[in-house]
Design a protein around this ligand. Structure first.
Ligand SMILES: [Zn+2]
Ligand SMILES: [Zn+2]
Length: 320
């Protein structure tokens, strides 16, 4: 299909960032003349999901307000969120720790409910993102513009298919293979059928489906996508300044701790993203607590001296 899409300009944001952060125009807008071929299935699904999510808000506000439904939506959001940050990202993509099979099964079930593809494809894309950061092979390179890094790469045809050779280790896990094979039914089960069934307990299956299923899905998408967009655009760079990844506590608040992205790009194998006690990193707290419960083990941490030395070297390099 030959359709193309031009993303709208963000002139004011561009101006502000150009002045304050020294980022070039192409950082925000992408290459000016670049045309993108649409991925129609993804575009229609993403658009429909946004409409259903908007209707979920109307349903709550006008037709059937329920604290039970709102609370359940938030609870489902936390389960799905942890499955992406603690599961898809820190466990499957980076092997930052080892997890028992019940925890892996939990991550894979609620990761499917997050509708961000199977763990195998997600990890293949993510490992390519780290291996080729900010370059053409990076599937969500910020160099192609804010909109591309945020959601454009989802609704447009990517340059190349996910690199399956990068995830041979994950293919050895039968649970991962099972989730990849049955990804769509699992996504349907845990994002639609289960929430609606549970919602019957307080007489609001439609509300539970709309709020825990669809509204949660869209909010979670934008939270995940903001790591690829905002955390490569806004924030500090204490650990490396050669790439675009940044530490942003605001993105950390939205993403269960994934906003300390400059640290993460420098020390990918560390199960923590926010290393200070006051850093908001609930994913780290979850993995640490799970270790106490016997669900996770072999938590990998970069020694404090090494982190300190890297930080000092970056500071010295950038001082005049
Ligand atoms: Zn990563
Ligand atoms: Zn990144």
């Amino acid at each position: 299909m030959g359709s193309t899409l031009s993303f709208p300009p963000l002139t004011s944001l561009n101006y502000e960032l150009d002045g304050r952060q020294g980022l070039g125009k192409s950082m925000i807008l992408g290459k000016p003349m670049e045309r993108k071929r649409l991925h129609w299935t993804n575009l229609l699904f993403v658009s429909a999901a946004h409409l259903v999510a908007a209707f979920a808000v109307v349903y709550l506000a006008v037709f059937h307000f329920s604290w039970w439904t709102i609370g359940f939506g938030a609870f489902w959001g936390v389960l799905c969120g942890l499955s992406i940050t603690g599961g898809y990202h820190r466990l499957f993509s980076h092997s930052a720790y080892a997890a028992s099979w019940p925890l892996r099964a939990f991550y894979l079930a609620f990761g499917a409910a997050s509708v961000q593809n199977s763990a195998l494809v997600w990890a293949a894309n993510h490992r390519t993102h780290h291996a080729h950061s900010d370059r053409d092979r990076d599937p969500y390179s910020i160099e192609r513009g804010f909109w591309w890094a945020h959601i454009g790469w989802v609704v447009c045809k990517s340059i190349e298919a996910p690199n399956r050779s990068a995830v041979r280790d994950l293919e050895a896990d039968p649970l991962v293979r099972f989730q990849h094979r049955f990804y769509l039914p699992l996504a349907l089960l845990f994002s639609c059928i289960a929430p609606a069934a549970i919602g019957t307990a307080w007489g609001d299956p439609i509300g539970a489906l709309l709020v825990a299923g669809w509204l949660r899905l869209v909010v979670q998408w934008h939270a995940t996508f903001s790591v690829n967009s905002f955390a490569h655009l806004i924030g500090r760079q204490p650990y490396e300044r050669t790439g675009t990844a940044r530490d942003s506590w605001i993105v950390a608040l939205l993403t269960m701790g994934e906003g300390y992205h400059n640290f993460h790009h420098r020390f990918q194998v560390d199960y923590r993203n926010g290393i200070r006690w006051y850093h908001f990193d609930p994913t780290k707290w979850w993995v640490w607590t799970s270790a106490r419960l016997g669900l996770t083990r072999k938590l990998r941490r970069v020694p404090a001296e090494r982190i300190k030395a890297v930080r000092r070297a970056v500071r010295l390099q950038s001082s005049p």
